[in-house]
Design a protein around this ligand. Sequence first.
Ligand SMILES: *Cc1c(COP(=O)(O)O)cnc(C)c1O
Length: 423
Amino acid sequence: MHFESTLAFAHKLDKADLLKSFRSLFHIPKVKGKPAIYFTGNSLGLQPKTTKKFITEELRDWAALGVEGHLHSRRPWLYYHKFTKKALAQLVGAKPLEVVAMNQLTVNLHLMMVSFYRPTKTRFKIITEAGAFPSDQYAFESQAKFHNLNPDKAIIELTPREGEHTLRTEDILQTIEAHASQLALVILGGVQYYTGQFFNIKKITEAAHKAGAYAGFDLAHAIGNVPVNLHRDQVDFAVWCSYKYLNSGPGGIAGAFVHERHAHNVDLPRFSGWWGHNEKERFQMKKGFVPMPGVDGWQLSNFPIFQGAAHLAALEIFQEVGIKNLRKKSIALTGYLEFLLKEIDPDEKIFTLLTPKKINERGCQLSIYMKTGGRKMFNTLTNHGVIADWREPGVIRVAPVPLYNTFEEVFRFAEIFKNAIKR
Ligand SMILES: *Cc1c(COP(=O)(O)O)cnc(C)c1O
């Protein structure tokens, strides 16, 4: 793609942007009275203007109907999780049977591991990435301990080669092969939260299966960011949250995927609750759990309607825009940011980008590693109305989100960054 570092050029790209109208569907936070350059949609997505309407409707129905709302509200609460299925299935390349909105991400990770991490004397290892999101690390560690295993022996961490920041697919595959006879589970992020690396889900899953292990992915930073094909790629399970790229609100309801080939396996051990029970007889209150087919059979509790309402408001926008269109703009938007940053420091004397250069190995996010003065740079950005994310020991993560960020914002960000370096 051809880029130029002028405001006029950024404006030209904005004008030609087929998705430009979507920005107006969101509330843009302000700093000192002006719209912020909000590059933190990877941490907490912005609020759609329709969210309020969706939640207000549920409040009204509750007020007017009380318990009758379970069956007679405009979106009957009893079936609420079903209303999210179509959009979620499209986002992760799945069938409706394979996706469900429920709980929180870490809870779902545990539920999935209860079913898909079943260590035996000989097969007990988990392969994951070093420096995984802490909650995931704690989940893996506690799962190992739950099975009376030593986490140091059970968990194999993938680390980049000396002098490199991200993992090479060939090294991931080679490690899987090397541990094949003892391997129970491979679990990685879809997009790594710190480096922004987008892993090769298909190849990793293939290798895990060849080794006789299950493959699971944490899509917290992938869903709504990059297109994935969980069904086609034969992934066993996946989990995600909805408050990052999915814009469904702080602490929003999470989701899970279980592949169709496990959909009718009632022998798969799981932790159960009444919402996962055969819905036809859920209210007969009988003894003996009979799971719903598909991932619905992993639900525990009745559905949180207000979180669900916010989720539906946001998912409606994704259905309208389509993940393929988003991805197209995202490649250009992040590509433009990368181009401008490289112009500032071509020899990487001051900073380096941890995120892979190849577009099929990354999503929106670029992780800028400042060699010195990182904290100062971050504060300068903040003072100039940029909302970004700081991670020790010197990483500024920026995510221009194609749904609501513009090429002009990318340009202005780069100008602020450049001027700060000059000073
Ligand atoms: C954001 C994120 C989490 C957060 O977990 P919650 O259960 O939603 O609090 C966990 N793992 C990853 C990889 C994340 O990016």
